[in-house]
Design a protein around this ligand. Structure first.
Ligand SMILES: [Zn+2]
Ligand SMILES: [Zn+2]
Length: 212
């Protein structure tokens, strides 16, 4: 387990500043490691995290756990809450951790040097004992974790729009393979097709391959 200070530094450099919600996020992630007895931040994909906000706390949680959207070990279910569910994909154990209501009233006692509410939260959230800061519940995911992770790398094509669908996110209907958008679960409406832009072709040679 890396020390709180190192994790906060890592989170702040990613986020360009340190704020109270990142502190809560880092501590949430660290507490998850304690409760699930996992060595975090992980370098493998054993822990899967469902975060309930896309804000500052998510960065703190990612840094402390090693779970990232781009690694397929984190999902955002935006409930607008600084809370998260942590799933040990080997044991199947799942724990939801959230800040206790009323912690803002406690921070002053832990941050006597603070020059205002914001600083009191910034320092206080670092110092409050985890059991005073958070409540935790063992939970069961409504969608099994195997289904959330799915079969990475699997690719099919949508019979309607022709776009590629990865990771088993297709829907089979009346013998057709559809993407979620074409199956009616779209989050957007198409207004009009845009003309091809007349752009200069840019070529990036990228990083040189190194022999292994
Ligand atoms: Zn922030
Ligand atoms: Zn489609």
């Amino acid at each position: 387990m890396q020390a709180l200070c190192h994790l906060l530094e890592a989170s702040a450099s990613l986020h360009h500043h340190l704020c109270p919600r990142q502190v809560l996020g880092v501590r949430l992630g660290m507490f998850a490691g304690e409760l699930l007895d996992l060595n975090l931040p992980q370098t493998d994909k054993r822990l899967y995290t469902v975060v309930e906000t896309d804000g500052c706390a998510a960065d703190g949680i990612a840094v402390a756990t090693g779970c990232w959207v781009g690694r397929r070990t984190m999902r955002v279910e935006d409930y607008g809450k600084v809370a998260a569910t942590f799933v040990d994909t080997i044991s199947g154990e799942a724990i939801r951790i959230a800040p206790r209501p009323g912690i803002r009233a406690l921070v002053n006692d832990y941050a006597p040097e603070a020059r205002g509410k914001w600083e009191a939260q910034l320092f206080g959230y670092q110092r409050l004992p985890a059991d005073q800061l958070f409540s935790a519940h063992a939970v069961e995911l409504k969608t099994p974790i195997e289904q959330i992770i799915s079969r990475p790398g699997l690719k099919v094509t949508c019979d309607y729009c022709g776009e590629e669908i990865m990771n088993q996110r297709e829907i089979e209907r009346d013998g057709a393979t559809l993407c979620r958008a074409c199956a009616g679960e779209s989050y957007f409406l198409i207004k009009q097709k845009l003309p091809r832009a007349n752009v200069r072709e840019l070529v990036c040679f990228g990083a040189q391959r190194t022999a292994v």
